[in-house]
Design a protein around this ligand. Structure first.
Ligand code: SIN
Length: 335
């Protein structure tokens, strides 16, 4: 079957930095380079085939290593995407990003973009100067996905290494490999190759236009604390003392929490701090644990959201005045 022709699509490419815009002094180097230095015009110039796929409007939103991503930049990015997608002359968005926090930004956008048009994030594991750099093909594939009608209403997508993932499910699973992203348990939504895009399944949980979250309210402070052998309560006490509104636990197994941390969390919830239990395991889900802590403390189980995505949802829930444990649990069970 022939690839669908998409030449008339008008796609905005918003660049934020990352390794896809990274530069090394030596083409054989794939570590120890500087991320986020090559401008969006140069990224586009490196992919002449883009002109066969769509008309491109380019903007440089930021030039950062995504380890330095901020909630202020999330909000600015989401607002810019919403403004562009409200225009009749923009059919979709591609965001170029670093791989390190891509999954957090993608999930934030999945819950705050208010449009059915495609929003596709992409990135690279090798800097733009590297032998066999993966950025150019990832960018071409991301624009190809964003230009397709079948990518509408799918929520925010991640196009990486020929796969298409839902922002909700995807996570970085390798520090170096070019197939660095996976959607544990559920798998990719589909694939893109040589101009052809195929979806095999759809994301079923509400997102974008069906999500009640917006970027108007300031995001409250929510921190992540890991549970491990010999854990102390110092971090939780410091966060609570600093006025944190929520804590996400990267627990062991089914989000279980060291007894020392459990006591600190009991004290935190008495002061109105929302507590969500996620897991450090990397796949599977976290179930409510009944009397062991959730019922007694009013803590919430994160389901299949990893700690970093659970933090995104908890911040948005608290910003939307969803503060009671039962309502927060319902939010986690829904989104
Ligand atoms: C970053 O996340 O900005 C650097 C690492 C990468 O993009 O792979």
């Amino acid at each position: 079957m022939e690839p669908i022709k998409t030449l008339n699509a008008r796609i905005a490419v918003l660049a934020t930095g990352g390794t896809i815009a990274g530069q090394a002094g030596d083409a054989s180097k794939t570590a120890g380079y500087k991320a986020g230095v090559v401008g969006v015009d140069k990224l586009l110039e490196a992919v002449p085939a883009l002109s066969q796929v769509a008309q491109i409007h380019a903007e440089q939103i930021a030039s950062i290593d995504s380890k330095d991503m901020s909630t202020a930049l999330w909000i600015a990015l989401s607002q810019r995407i919403n403004a562009l997608l409200a225009q009749d002359d923009i059919d979709g968005i591609v965001v170029t990003h670093g791989t390190d926090t891509l999954e957090e930004t993608a999930y934030f956008l999945h819950l705050t973009v208010k449009s059915d048009k495609p929003v596709v994030l992409t990135a690279a594991m090798r800097p733009s100067t590297a032998l066999s750099a993966d950025g150019p093909l990832n960018l071409l594939n991301a624009v190809t996905v964003a230009a397709q009608k079948c990518a509408w209403k799918q929520g925010v997508l991640v196009a990486f290494n020929n796969q298409i993932h839902s922002a909700r499910d995807v996570t970085k699973t390798s520090t170096y490999a070019v197939d660095a992203f996976r959607s544990p348990e559920v798998g990719a939504l589909g694939w893109v190759q040589d101009g052809r895009v195929e979806f095999q399944r759809a994301a079923v949980r509400p997102h974008t236009t069906q999500a009640p979250f917006d970027t108007q309210a300031a995001l409250p402070a929510v921190e992540i604390v890991a549970s491990y052998a010999g854990a102390s309560r110092a971090a939780i006490d410091a966060f609570v003392g600093g006025g944190v509104k929520g804590i996400v636990i990267a627990g062991t197994g089914n989000g279980s929490v060291h007894a020392t941390l459990q006591q600190a969390l009991a004290d935190a919830t008495k002061q109105g701090v929302a507590v969500v239990r996620s897991s450090r395991v990397g796949s599977g889900h976290v179930m409510r644990n009944g009397a062991a802590s959730d019922d007694a403390l009013g803590s919430v189980s994160a389901g299949t959201l990893n700690p970093y995505k659970a933090r995104v949802l908890l911040m948005l829930a608290l910003a939307a005045n969803i503060t009671k444990p039962a309502a927060i649990q319902q939010t986690f069970d829904t989104f």
